[in-house]
Design a protein around this ligand. Structure first.
Ligand code: DGY
Length: 428
């Protein structure tokens, strides 16, 4: 699969195969429902094929927004016992079941990108105007429920919320999460994917303990943040929120929605100022904060590089570009999800080393906007080389390019369409 038309055709085939009409599944088998940030990023790929369908993807997700403003990380549209934990474990008691936690808020960014590229301007303006109040409610929910002391930065209360489920970043904080009271369960992920590429059993028991705790509190978001022994401020997650707030502010201005523009602009400005408190000068990147101990977490992961997705001061973007360059020296494919020189680095285990194309896309996008073109180009080139080496996988070994996790992955296909379009390639 070396030539671009073939890659585009294959990407389109994967998007079609994982399309369930009004939403896409991330991949057949391993993830049989709608995932929040998967959907929003996949919509960017769908838009290259069918703009109307791309908007529908995000509208379907927001049709399941909770009354308090949260947009859940999974919508269980259909019954499928091939996934654990299913609706019975979450027990959120909704007509169409959902999980009870959230995921990185890329929707604001995605909607603004769909709008900017739309060929049917009137339809896009109408659909964006309908989505923006709901997206703003979600942004404000974050500040109310995940930043109760109004610091400008939000915490995740479950590793799954970050999307980077088993990152080294969480290890110390996650050690505080007990496992007592967790009944034996059967994992399904390891039946679909190589167990060596997935989180460990010990991590799964803690994931489930947290779900049980939140369920016992009736999924009341007024209580969950303070009750969770796991509260981590992730620079990547916050950068996504800041970027989405900034993009929604700009889009709302274009649409004449002044109030929404002002509210989102204020959130973006406050978050951007607070992000500075996560800078680690020794590493030359941002790091996480453990909100329970009040201490920065000395873990060189891609979460700190993903901060490049937010509008940053030029010297910070430059430093992150230098950091990506340095990290890339001893690997074949950038950007690794953890520093290859760190003892915890693992080339194949999910978020402890492998390369993810969605993260590459967001880092490259931010660095390019900041004028760091050479590093952005390297990231895009490496991403496309990975497709040639390993096909459209969930993630990749940064040394060998071997495909890891699930196969024929929707957001990987979507990112390839984006990379090739940025490359000036006309869709065949
Ligand atoms: C999983 O099941 O692996 C997901 O990442 C949780 O959303």
């Amino acid at each position: 699969m070396h030539d671009r038309p073939t890659m585009l055709r294959e990407a389109a085939a994967i998007l079609a195969e994982n399309d369930r009409g009004t939403y896409t599944v991330p991949t057949h088998g391993l993830y049989p429902f709608q995932w929040n940030w998967d959907s929003c990023l996949s919509a960017l790929g769908l838009a290259h094929l069918d703009e109307d369908r791309a908007w529908t993807e995000i509208e379907t997700l927001f049709a399941h927004q909770w009354d308090d403003g949260m947009v859940p990380h999974i919508v269980f549209h259909v019954a499928d016992d091939g996934y654990f934990p299913g609706p019975d474990v979450w027990g959120t008691d909704r007509a169409v079941p959902t999980s009870g936690i959230t995921q990185p808020p890329v929707a604001g960014f995605a909607v603004s990108r769909l709008f900017d590229r739309a060929t049917d301007r009137a339809a896009a303006a109408e659909r964006a105007a309908r989505l923006l109040p709901a997206i703003t409610r979600w942004h404000e929910w974050f500040l109310a429920c995940r930043d109760p002391k109004s610091t400008g930065l939000v915490a995740i209360i479950h590793p799954w919320e970050s999307g980077r489920d088993n990152s080294v970043d969480w290890d110390a904080a996650f050690d505080r999460v007990p496992t007592d009271g967790v009944a034996p369960f059967t994992r399904r992920d390891t039946m679909h994917a190589n167990p060596e590429h997935r989180p460990t059993q010990a991590q799964y028991e803690r994931y489930i303990w947290l779900v049980q705790l939140f369920r016992s509190l009736g999924w009341d978001n007024g209580k969950l943040h303070d009750a969770s022994p796991f509260q981590v401020v992730d620079p990547g997650f916050n950068a996504i929120l800041i970027r989405s707030c900034a993009d929604v502010a700009e889009l709302a201005r274009k649409l004449g929605l002044g109030d929404l523009a002002a509210r989102n602009a204020a959130m973006a400005a406050k978050g951007a100022a607070a992000l500075e408190t996560l800078w680690n000068a020794r590493l030359g990147q941002y790091v996480c904060l453990d909100r329970v101990t009040g201490r920065l977490i000395d873990s060189p992961s891609v979460g700190g590089l993903l901060a490049a997705f937010a509008p940053l001061p030029a010297h910070r973007a430059q430093a992150l570009a230098a950091r990506v360059r340095a990290l890339s020296e001893n690997i074949t494919y950038t950007v690794p999800s953890h520093d290859p020189d760190a003892p915890e680095f693992d080339t194949r285990r999910y978020w402890r080393g492998p390369v993810w194309l969605i993260v590459n896309y967001m880092i490259a996008d931010g660095l390019r906007a900041a004028g760091q073109t050479a590093v952005a180009d390297r990231i895009v080139d490496d991403s496309l080389r990975l497709i040639r080496t390993g096909g459209f996988a969930e993630y990749y070994d940064p040394m060998s390019g071997a495909p890891c996790g699930g196969g024929r992955f929707t957001w990987t296909a979507a990112m390839v369409m984006e990379f090739l379009a940025q490359d000036g390639v006309v869709q065949s």
